[in-house]
Structure formats: C-alpha cells, structure tokens
Design a protein around this ligand. Structure first.
Ligand code: PEP
Ligand code: MN
Length: 427
C-alpha cells in the first residue's frame, strides 16, 4: 500500500490545485541576498557548497503531484471541511529512521488521526514532523557544559548532540546523510519504490489521504539544493517534504527564510509567537499568499496558554479582513516550555490543553475556522511533559527523558489531548 502517492494523477481543477505565479526576481538562491538567521558557520564553505551541489543532483524525495494533493487537502481545511493533524518529534535523529522506529511513529500518528476522525466526523489531513525534521533553531549559539563553551546542537543535519567539540563542529556531509535518512524514512512510509509499513487496523484513515511529511525549512543550503523546477507546472517545488514551515526565530519579513519560501509552490507554514503584530502577519500573508490561494498558507500560532486569548484575536481579524484563506493550526507546545524545579526543559499538560481551548474560543468568537493542531508527541512511554491523567511529576522526568530537543507528549498524554481536541472540534 502506498501512503505517499508518488504516482498520483496530475492535479485537476478545484481549490488548492491552482498554483500562484512564482514572484518576479525570485530564484531558489535569491535568499542568499538577505540576512539568514540560525545558519551554521561551515568550517569549509567551499566544501559545503560542493556537498549541496551533490544533494541537488539526487532524485527528489517527494513528487510535485503529492505536494499539490496536500494543497488540495489543506484548501478543504481552510474552508472548515477537514481538520489538520500535524505531529511528531521536535528533532528527529538519524538513528531513528530505521524501519521499526518509523513504522512505530506512523502507527502512533495514524492512531491519533483515527481518534480525531471518529470524534469529529471530519476528514483528517495527516502531516508528520517526520522524514526530514533534522534542523533545529536555538536560542543561543553556544552553551557552557562543565565549564567548557561549546557550539549548540543544531540538529543532526548540522552537528551531533554529544557535548564535546568534535561532535558539535558543523559538518556539511550531514546534508547528504539527511537526504539518505529522508529517503529511508519515506520508503518505510510507503512513498518510494518498495516496502511500506503495514498500517494494520488504521488503514481506513489512509483512504481519506496519505500521511504527508513536513519539517522546518531551516537549513537553507539544503532546502535550496532540493528545490527543483517542475516542467509539468512550471513551478518550483521544495522536494525535501510536502510541506515546510518557517519558525518563530526566522520569520523576519526581510529575512532569507521568508524570501526562500515565497517562491516555492509547497504549502508553507509560519509559526507566530506572542510578539507577532497584526501588521506583521498581514504583510506575511501579502508576501506569501498574494493571490489568496486556499491551501497555500498555514499560520501556526504558539502563543502560550496565558497569552493566546488576548494575542490571537488581532491576528485572526487582520488575516480575515485581508481575505487570505489560511489554515489556522494551533501549536500549544512552544509557548508553554518551562524549566522544572529539577532543571528539565518541560511543559505542563494543563497548559497545553488550556492553549488549545483558548485557540478554539478565539476562533469561535471571531467566526473563523480552527483548522487543526500541531503537536510534539511520541507513542513511547517517555517522561518529558508534566501532568496528564497519570499526573507525571517533576520527580518522574528523569525516568525516560529521551528527546533530542523539546519535551514531547507521551502516548497516554497524546491520546488524552486528542480526545479533548475532538470534543472542542465537535463543540
Ligand atoms: C519547533 O517547532 O520545534 C520550533 C522550534 O518551533 P518555534 O519556531 O515555534 O519555536
Ligand atoms: Mn520543538
């Protein structure tokens, strides 16, 4: 069974199928004329350039037809006829791209999507933070470990997490490894020439649509290398994933990341923190969705439970009044990160649930569609987030704290949250 139809039929007319023009003067390398935040300093830039060129000559991981199919599904979500479920690890590790690990993640995602579908009666657009979520933005360039200042870990596509100088040195070869691991994960997901995990009892959720892939378009050398002109549509597709997003730290209007995604035909997400202004968001929409095409733009507020009810309404109104048919997707994780008493980076389940509630309340009040959710979660029984039905406490965090970056909901916490979300969507 193929979950990502590489051989899907050519796009037909309908919302989401129309692809806007490529902006004049845009090229896949035009981002290089703008300030690019959160990029590694490669020790040997010429070598990084050679490796990026090698990546650009490899076959595209994802087919433009499947990207257009996601646009069509997202256009339905923008109109309130479908719900988006985007979830996965904060940071994927190369070592977790093996068949068993990816098949396990697939089952977890499909199980949650199935509960959402059963709970709401709506088709669920399933998007994994999977098969390419290898680059991480960080709040500082260096950190001090045991008195030694080291470059921070920027994700497996850049360097390694071990707190020693050799591991932390940015290594451009990792771009080739990222490509290989993306291909391996896609193969397990069913997108490539053979194989494909058996989705078992969840097969029916795939009949409504495949599991699409997504990641933060952070490392622009790599995203550029996988961006190709599709002769069938005469548009540029970032073939590293079906959907990519720009993070809260890199969404500057005049920055390299917004320039890059402005010209690709993929659906594009933008994270919005509590500091985002209505003017800024209106300008982002004008830049990224000038033709007001449903299925193009996904706005992902991550405000924090305390802020969402006051910070989100002005943004929702600005976008609605400007007529952009965006999908609003709630990320209740990144505005609720705290440091626990024992020193772990964690999140409280109650805060996560409260942000989701606030998000739905705002949309209900404004008459707009709450399009879905974006979660960091795993099916494993990890102990990374506090609370939930089993009341995980600070003293439990050390038991199984396994994330390479941000704390994820564990299997039980994810089920509990998805039930609450289904209730809100019905409500
Ligand atoms: C993330 O999604 O892991 C992330 C870093 O998010 P944000 O850009 O919203 O902080
Ligand atoms: Mn994260």
């Amino acid at each position: 069974m193929s979950m990502i139809p590489a051989d899907a039929p050519a796009p037909v007319a309908g919302p989401g199928a129309r692809l806007p023009e490529t902006p004049p003067r845009w090229h896949r390398s035009s981002w290089r004329e703008r300030p690019a935040r959160q990029q590694p300093v490669w020790p040997d830039p010429a070598r990084a350039c050679d490796i990026a060129r090698s990546v650009s000559m490899l076959p595209p991981p994802v087919a433009p037809e499947a990207v257009v199919s996601l646009r069509r599904d997202l256009a339905r979500a923008a109109a309130g006829q479908a719900v988006v479920f985007q979830a996965g690890d904060c940071a994927e590790r190369f070592a977790s791209c093996g068949e068993d690990a990816v098949a396990g993640k697939l089952r977890t995602l499909l199980q949650s999507a199935m509960m959402l579908a059963l709970g709401t009666g709506l088709p669920v657009v399933k998007i994994g933070r999977i098969a390419g979520q290898f680059g991480k933005p960080r709040s500082a360039d260096t950190e001090v470990v045991d008195g030694v200042e080291l470059p921070v870990y920027r994700g497996d596509i850049v360097n390694g997490p071990d707190p020693v100088p050799e591991a932390r040195r940015p290594d451009p070869e990792r771009m080739l490894h990222a490509y290989g691991h993306t291909r391996a994960a896609l193969r397990t997901l069913g997108g490539c020439e053979a194989g494909g995990a058996d989705p078992g009892e969840f097969a029916w959720v795939l009949e409504e649509g495949p599991l699409y892939t997504s990641h933060e378009a952070l490392l622009l050398d790599y995203e550029e290398a996988l961006t190709h002109l599709d002769p069938a549509t005469d548009r540029w597709f970032d073939t590293s994933a079906h959907m990519v997003w720009v993070g809260e730290r890199t969404r500057a209007l005049d920055g390299a990341h917004i320039e890059f995604v402005s010209g690709i035909a993929n659906p594009v997400g933008v994270k919005l923190g509590p500091g985002a202004t209505a003017e800024e968001v209106a300008e982002l929409c004008a830049r990224l969705d000038p033709e007001r095409t449903p299925g193009r733009l996904v706005l992902v507020p991550r405000m924090g439970a305390q802020r969402v009810r006051e910070a989100l309404p002005p943004l929702v109104r600005a976008v609605r009044d400007a007529g952009h048919p965006v999908v609003w997707v709630c990320d209740p994780m990144h505005g609720n990160t705290i440091r626990s008493g024992s020193g772990y980076k964690t999140r409280r389940f109650a805060d996560i649930a409260a942000e989701v509630e606030g998000f739905f309340a705002v949309h209900r009040a404004e008459g707009t569609h709450p399009g879905g959710v974006h979660l960091e979660m795993t099916g494993e029984d990890v102990t990374e987030c506090l609370g939930g039905i089993r009341e995980l406490g600070d003293d439990h965090l050390a038991e199984r704290y396994e994330t390479a970056c941000d704390p994820r909901l564990n299997g039980a916490q994810a089920v509990e949250l998805v039930f609450a979300i289904a209730d809100l969507l019905r409500g």
